[in-house]
Design a protein around this ligand. Structure first.
Ligand code: 9WO
Length: 265
């Protein structure tokens, strides 16, 4: 076999486009931390488009008053549509999800992050003011995605959350340590909440690190962490226990521990 052929660094081909009135916000995900490093490695690219650059009036208006009355302003369809046209032209394809971040959308989860990471990217539409003219949504948006039941002042932060969740899953995005953590998350705690973490000092403000974590008994530590995960998940997110059970991810030992937990309560 030709040496090295299989170990050539894989150039990423995930491209993210965003439409936003606040382009500077995306320097957070584009420049900092894991996502910034991944972008500098060429694993993904970020293209930011400002609808204000696609206005034709002297005031460069991107919003206007709502038909029917009511408070606040509504984003004009035309600057968004022109910006989206430019983004799609620059991508060289319109076969891409056009995602609107909105509380009325489908709830974002880890599975959606994986799908985004496996594809060629997405165009995120970030609304401001009271909302966006519905005719733009009807004509151009293919997916509406929500982070949860709350209202923000714009879609940028939710879009960055989705981008972060997907980019860290790209092969090569995490360093060796981070990847090992990710692997062990997939194998041992998948679908359950993580067990608590401790670092130095051994005693902080009178609070000790649990003895077992200092014991060096790796099997006991793994068992303790599993039990912590199960207990925390049962207390805070019983729905995730049921989902793990249905997916066959709970062992007989897990079930015995959960039964003992319930008896204690
Ligand atoms: C706001 C809104 C409130 C109640 C029901 C439906 C709604 N849609 C929107 C909306 O699309 N708003 C635009 C984006 C303009 C105002 C700021 N925006 C926004 C997005 N606020 N909050 C979000 C959001 C997105 C994803 N997950 C949680 C919140």
């Amino acid at each position: 076999m030709a040496a090295g052929i299989l170990t050539l660094p894989c150039r990423g081909n995930m491209r993210i486009d965003t439409l936003t009135l606040f382009p500077e916000m995306f320097s957070v995900v584009g420049d900092l931390g894991v996502t910034g490093r991944a972008r500098r490695l060429g694993l993904w690219s970020l293209h930011v488009w400002n609808p204000r650059d696609y206005t034709h009036d002297v005031h460069r208006s991107v919003d206007d008053r709502p038909y029917g009355g009511g408070p606040g302003m509504v984003m004009l369809a035309q600057p968004l549509e022109s910006a989206l046209d430019d983004a799609l032209r620059d991508r060289g394809s319109d076969e891409v999800p056009v995602v609107l971040m909105s509380p009325t959308g489908r709830r974002f989860d880890q599975h959606m992050a994986q799908e985004l990471a496996q594809g060629s990217g997405a165009v995120f539409i970030c609304g401001r003011y009271e909302g966006i003219d519905q005719r733009f949504i009807d004509r151009r948006v293919t997916h509406e995605v929500s982070l949860g039941d709350f209202v923000l002042s714009g879609g940028e932060i939710p879009a960055m959350a989705c981008i972060d969740a997907a980019v860290r899953l790209l092969p090569g995005a995490l360093n060796d340590d981070e990847s090992a953590r990710q692997d062990s998350f997939n194998e041992t705690t998948s679908g359950l909440l993580d067990s608590p973490h401790y670092t130095r000092p051994e005693v902080y403000q009178g609070l000790e690190v649990p003895e077992i974590l200092r014991s060096g008994h790796h099997a006991n530590i793994a068992a303790w962490r599993r039990e912590q995960s199960l207990a925390l998940t049962a207390a805070r997110r019983p729905d995730l226990i049921e989902a793990a059970r249905l997916a066959g991810r709970l062992t007989k030992k897990d079930e015995a521990f959960l039964k003992a937990l319930k008896a204690d309560a």
